[in-house]
Design a protein around this ligand. Structure first.
Ligand code: BDR
Ligand code: CA
Length: 313
């Protein structure tokens, strides 16, 4: 049986690849809806990008919602310097024929959880955690309906990418991340430590371009755009593909390995705001609230991604 998921996202080239991977994998994940959040760019543009990606996939049966337009307590920080002014620079995707749902994304998540059995729904979070924290604050009883939150964010060994201490998604809304990490819901965390292991390279990009369908073409243009920033920054051979790790975990968890540890989020110090403080070496007896993913087999990851993208229209 496919696992029922809601994708919470700020697309984002890597978010877009994650969404395509999910929509190409109906035997593994039943995508109940996609909810945009403010992050890489503003909410309106992120929601538009989500619509374009759903349209590209051909899965226009999947509803798209707009959620929160700003972090819980802090000013929105965006990342046009990484993703371009549209947030999804690279391909020239047509205006979508499908429309945004009228319902607010937070209300959609609440309604879906209200109707679900305990542990029925998994939340896949690819951006700042504002929407999910808002759901848990407004309806704390609904945490019991969530099977797991699988999220991209944070780092321990790789430390930060937007500040020296913090990863982007947690930095944008550290207070939301704190609520989620203290919610008691099982969490699988894909930090930079693992996403920095699934790098593009010439051969992998060549295989994606050779897929021959419109999704393959668009993904190769997206990655061609977004990798420039990372290549210059890290001087690596290829660029990391962060958010698809979340969906790859849902499909083929054997690609990854990790351990159950305590993770807390810094919300006090400006210097280290949004840092995920991971007790990787288990030096405290704080509760082990997170399945912290540390390693990935990148060949298996790209084989899965390319095989699934090939299936799309
Ligand atoms: C995360 O930040 C965003 O820019 C990416 O989409 C990813 O979710 C990586 O730090
Ligand atoms: Ca993202």
């Amino acid at each position: 049986m496919p696992r029922k998921i809601i994708i919470d996202t700020d697309p984002g080239q890597d978010d877009a690849v994650a969404i395509l991977l999910a929509l190409a994998s109906p035997e593994n994940v039943d995508v109940l809806g996609i909810v945009a959040v403010a992050g890489n760019v503003g909410l309106k543009q992120n929601a538009m990008n989500a619509l374009k990606v759903v349209e590209l996939s051909g899965r226009t049966d999947v509803p798209v919602f707009a959620g929160c337009d700003r972090p819980l307590k802090r000013q929105l920080v965006t990342a046009e310097h990484v993703h371009g002014v549209t947030g999804l620079d690279g391909p020239d995707l047509p205006d979508p024929g499908i429309m945004l749902q009228d319902q607010h994304g937070v209300d959609f998540i609440i309604d879906t959880l209200e109707r679900a059995a305990p542990g029925e729904i998994t939340l896949c979070a690819l951006g700042p955690l504002t929407n999910i924290a808002t759901v848990f604050s407004r309806a704390p009883h609904l945490t019991a309906r969530v099977e797991e939150i699988v999220l991209m964010g944070g780092a321990y060994f790789e430390v930060g990418n937007i500040t020296p201490a913090a990863e982007f998604n947690f930095y944008v809304d550290p207070h939301a991340a704190e609520i989620v990490f203290r919610s008691g819901v099982p969490i699988t965390q894909m930090p930079l430590d693992v996403t920095h292991q699934v790098l593009t390279n010439h051969e992998r990009l060549g295989r994606i371009s050779a897929i021959g369908n419109s999704s393959g073409m668009a993904v190769s243009q997206m990655l061609g755009f977004s990798e420039r920033f990372d290549l210059e920054k890290y001087q690596w051979e290829g660029a990391p593909l962060h958010d698809p790790c979340v969906i790859a975990w849902m499909i083929e968890p054997g690609i990854f390995s990790g351990r159950q540890i305590n993770v807390e989020i810094e919300t006090q110090s400006e210097l280290t705001m949004g840092m995920s403080v991971a007790d990787y070496w288990r030096v405290t007896d704080r509760p082990r609230n997170v399945n912290y993913i540390r390693n990935a087999n990148s060949d298996q990851f790209y084989n899965l991604l390319i095989e699934r993208l090939t299936r799309l229209a």
